[in-house]
Design a protein around this ligand. Structure first.
Ligand SMILES: [Zn+2]
Ligand SMILES: [Zn+2]
Length: 172
């Protein structure tokens, strides 16, 4: 698949107690959140990858920073979210049948950095992406942006049946 960054661990010969560190470029895909699309900027991040080998297993660490651009959940204006990522995975030398002792991103000695980075980013996202924490959003009555035009519509409109009755009374 094009654009997927993997690392072949066979090319890295680590003995117990040794560590491999490298900067790896990883292409990030747009994310869906609350029905909206958020674009990672830059698309290509340089992540710090560290692989530490122990006799019982291998620890994988991935760190990078990314900015997400997309619509504010409340007002739909552009919002930018800065997301620092520090992810960690573990694969035991002899994991047996236990899923907890293996990482889902390692298959046949290939580490899928793209999938890992995508999931790590998704885990760090808040429920809602806002243009600013106190965004006032859109007016529920008229739909205008309350950040730019703060207003309220006062008391609810008087019941039209009463005004109809009032105009009837005026005619009498
Ligand atoms: Zn907003
Ligand atoms: Zn309004």
């Amino acid at each position: 698949m094009a654009g997927v960054t993997t690392l072949n661990l066979r090319t890295i010969k680590l003995r117990s107690g040794e560590q491999f560190r490298d900067g790896r470029e990883i292409r990030l895909e747009p994310l869906e959140l609350g029905g909206q699309r958020y674009l990672p900027v830059p698309e290509l991040v340089t992540a710090d990858l560290a692989i530490t080998r122990a006799s019982t297993g291998t620890v994988f660490e991935l760190g990078f920073r990314v900015r997400l651009h997309g619509p504010c959940y409340r007002c739909l204006e552009d919002a930018v979210l800065e997301v620092p990522i520090a992810a960690r995975e573990y694969e035991a030398t002899n994991p047996g049948d236990s899923d907890e002792l293996r990482t889902p991103y390692l298959e046949d000695e290939r580490l899928d950095l793209s999938a890992w980075a995508r999931d790590a980013l998704a885990l760090e996202l808040p429920d809602k992406i806002l243009c600013r924490p106190d965004c006032a959003g859109l007016c529920p009555v008229c739909g205008r942006d309350l950040n730019r035009e703060p207003h309220d519509h006062g008391e609810p409109e008087p019941d039209t049946r009463w005004s109809a009755l009032a105009s009837l009374r005026d005619q009498l």
